[in-house]
Design a protein around this ligand. Structure first.
Ligand code: SF4
Ligand code: SF4
Ligand code: SF4
Length: 150
């Protein structure tokens, strides 16, 4: 059962991509893998003013994750609070999880030869902190909530 989620207030988001940058910094990721992403969807302009709708994409921490089912070494597991973990020690970088995930969420890290995915910055969560992307959003468009608060 998922306990957490990240919610994007689309009225507050300005599409600055700061969340993506801080995610990568926190996870020490090189050029290439992106664990959270802001999508821009152009809308009909109003009185000549262009409008854009933003959405936030990351791991959905699925209840029955296909990524975990296919992993040949059991590197992907779901915690009791719903966070789907990827064990860096066990991962052999075969990329089967990326193919099995309907959204292609797991990403290859060329520095380590292993996969990475969003885990809500689990080290921070375990210390009572919020994920890096949420903390650094300058417009407070991102909120980290427990599902009972939604
Ligand atoms: S940091 Fe905040 S305002 Fe900037 S793109 Fe991310 S969610 Fe939107
Ligand atoms: S990586 Fe894909 S399949 Fe696995 S929990 Fe995340 S969204 Fe679900
Ligand atoms: S890349 Fe790693 S986590 Fe993904 S299926 Fe292969 S061993 Fe498992």
């Amino acid at each position: 059962m998922n306990k957490y989620m990240i919610y994007l207030d689309t009225k507050r988001c300005i599409g600055c991509h700061g969340c993506e940058v801080h995610c990568k910094t926190n996870k020490n990721l090189p050029f290439g893998p992106i664990l959270c992403e802001i999508d821009h969807k152009p809308l009909k302009s109003i009185k000549g003013v262009p409008k854009t709708e933003f959405s936030f994409r990351s791991c959905y921490q699925c209840d029955d994750p296909y990524c975990a089912e296919i992993c040949p070494v059991g590197a992907l597991t779901k915690r009791e609070d719903g966070i789907v973990m990827l064990d860096q020690e066990k991962c052999i970088g075969c990329m089967a999880c990326a193919g099995a995930c309907p959204w292609g969420v797991p990403q290859f890290n060329p520095l380590t030869g292993k996969m990475v995915k969003c885990d809500f910055c689990v080290d921070r969560v375990d210390e009572g902190l919020k994920p890096a992307c949420v903390t650094k959003c300058t417009t407070h468009a991102l909120t980290f909530v427990t599902l009972t608060e939604v």
